[in-house]
Design a protein around this ligand. Structure first.
Ligand code: SAM
Length: 388
C-alpha cells in the first residue's frame, strides 16, 4: 500500500460530532445482547447458536487467561517442561526432577495438559504436547514467558495502572532508558538486563522483517537503537555483501562490539555509541532501520528522533520502521493493540501506534513516499517504509 498524508500530529484534538449510525447501531445491539431473553432466543436458532457459543467461549478464555499463563509459567519455571523433554517420563521421574510431591505434580500435569504443554498417556507416561515442545526448544519464548512475571506484578492492580495512580512499576525499572531524559543515565548493568531480553526475542522478529522487506537493494545499512546487534547479524547472514552499522546507547554499543569481537574485521558491523536524540547519526547509509524503537517513546520524543534520523539521510535513501503496530482489521492486530498498549503503559513511556500515526510523525519529521507492509504475524511487527 502506498500513501501520502497531510498531518496534524498523531492524536486529534477536536472532540467528535454527534454519534454516527454505526455507533448508534452498535449501542442498540449491545442493549439487545445484555437482555437474557434475547440471549435465550439466539440460542434457539441454529446459525446464531454457533456464533453465540463462540462468543461465550471467547469470553470464558479471557476470564481464564491469567490462570493459563500462570500454568505455563509454573510448568517452565519448575523445570517440568525440560524434564519431560527427555522422553516419555513417569510421574515419579518428574516429581524427582521438579522437587514436587507426586500429588502436587499430578495437579500441575493436569493443568499443563489442559493448555497442550504435556500429554498424559494411558500407559502412565508423560510426553511433551505441541506447545510444550515449542516452549522447550525456543530460547526467545522461554525468555518472554519468564519476563512476563514482571508485567503480571505490575498488573496486580490493573485499575490503578490504567488510572495512572500506579507509576512505580517493575517494567519502568527494567527499561531504564524509557521516559523523558532517562536515556543518559543508563548504566551497564541496567543495559545488560533489558538487552539480554531483546536479544533473546529478536531472532523471531528478524525473520518476519526479512520476509517482508528485501534489503538486497541496499549497500549500507544503519540500525538505530539496534540493541546488541542480533538484527544486523540476521541481515548479514541473509545479505553478506551489505555493509552494516548500528547506533546505540554507549553501554549497549559496548555489548554489541563484544558480541562481534570474534568475527574477522571485514565482517564486523560498526557499532557507534551515543544518544539518537542528541548526537548526530553517522551519514552515508542508503538504508536506516528503527526496529522496536518508536513504541518506547511519547510523540515528542519520536519526532525528535525521526528529525535526527532525517538529518543524517539524503534523498533516494530509505527508512524502514518495524515494530508491533495497532489496528483493528484482524485478530492479530487487535491482540497487538491490546497487548503492546498495556505493556508500554506499564513501562510508563510510549504508545502502540497505528501505521498511519507513524506515517504522520514521519511526515512531520520530513519523510514522504510512505509504504505500509504487513509482516506474516502482526503481533511481531508491521513495517512503515519512508523516504527522506
Ligand atoms: C526495545 S529496544 C530494541 C532493540 C532492538 N532494535 C531490537 O529490536 O531488539 C530499544 C533500544 O533503543 C535503545 N535506545 C533507547 N534510547 C536511546 C537513545 N537515546 N539513543 C540510542 N539508543 C537508545 C535502547 O538501548 C534499546 O536497545
Amino acid at each position: 500500500m502506498s500513501l501520502e498524508m497531510s498531518v496534524s500530529g498523531s492524536h486529534g484534538t477536536l472532540g467528535p460530532g454527534p454519534p454516527g449510525w454505526r455507533s448508534r447501531l452498535q449501542a442498540w445491539r449491545a442493549r439487545q445482547v445484555a437482555r437474557p431473553a434475547f440471549r435465550r432466543f439466539v440460542q434457539r436458532l441454529p446459525l446464531s447458536r454457533a456464533f453465540s457459543r463462540a462468543r461465550e467461549e471467547e469470553l470464558f478464555s479471557i476470564v481464564t487467561g491469567f490462570v493459563r499463563s500462570q500454568i505455563l509459567f509454573a510448568a517452565l519455571q519448575s523445570g517440568l517442561i525440560d524434564a519431560v523433554a527427555g522422553g516419555p517420563a513417569t510421574v515419579r521421574d518428574l516429581a524427582h526432577a521438579t522437587g514436587f510431591s507426586e500429588d502436587r505434580l499430578q495437579r500441575l500435569l493436569q493443568a499443563a495438559q489442559s493448555i497442550r504443554l504435556v500429554r498424559l498417556g494411558t500407559d502412565g507416561y508423560v510426553t511433551l504436547a505441541d506447545h510444550g515442545a515449542v516452549v522447550q526448544s525456543d530460547e526467545g519464548i522461554r525468555a518472554m514467558i519468564r519476563h512476563h512475571a514482571l508485567l503480571y506484578r505490575d498488573l496486580s492492580d490493573p485499575v490503578a495502572l490504567f488510572g495512572g495512580t500506579q507509576t512505580d512499576t517493575e517494567l519502568r525499572r527494567l527499561w531504564s532508558y524509557a521516559g523523558a531524559g532517562r536515556e543518559s543515565s543508563v548504566q551497564p548493568g541496567a543495559a545488560a538486563a533489558y538487552s539480554e531480553l531483546m536479544t533473546a526475542s529478536q531472532s523471531m522478529l528478524a525473520d518476519e522483517i526479512l520476509q517482508a522487506y528485501d534489503f538486497r537493494r541496499h549497500k549500507r545499512l544503519l540500525d538505530v537503537g539496534g540493541g546488541e546487534g542480533v538484527f544486523v547479524a540476521a541481515v548479514a547472514e541473509r545479505h553478506p555483501v551489505l555493509k552494516l552499522s548500528l547506533f546505540e546507547l554507549p553501554p549497549v554499543a559496548d555489548r554489541a562490539r563484544a558480541r562481534f569481537s570474534s568475527r574477522p574485521l571485514g565482517q564486523c558491523p560498526r557499532c557507534y555509541g551515543g544518544s539518537f536524540l542528541d548526537d548526530p547519526l553517522p551519514r552515508g547509509h542508503d538504508c536506516v532501520t528503527l526496529v522496536r524503537v518508536l513504541f518506547d517513546h511519547e510523540d515528542a520524543v519520536v519526532l525528535r528522533l525521526l528529525r535526527n534520523v532525517r538529518a543524517a539521510m539524503d534523498p533516494g535513501q530509505t527508512l524502514v520502521i518495524a515494530e508491533p503496530m495497532a489496528g483493528n482489521q484482524s485478530e492479530g492486530q487487535r491482540l497487538s493493540t491490546g497487548y503492546f498498549g498495556v505493556y508500554v503503559m506499564a513501562m510508563g513511556s510510549g504508545r502502540c501506534r497505528t501505521p498511519e500515526e507513524i506515517v504522520g510523525l514521519a511526515h512531520a519529521a520530513g519523510f514522504s513516499g510512505f509504504e505500509i507492509r504487513p509482516c506474516r504475524s502482526p503481533l511481531m511487527a508491521t513495517l512503515v517504509v519512508a523516504r527522506p
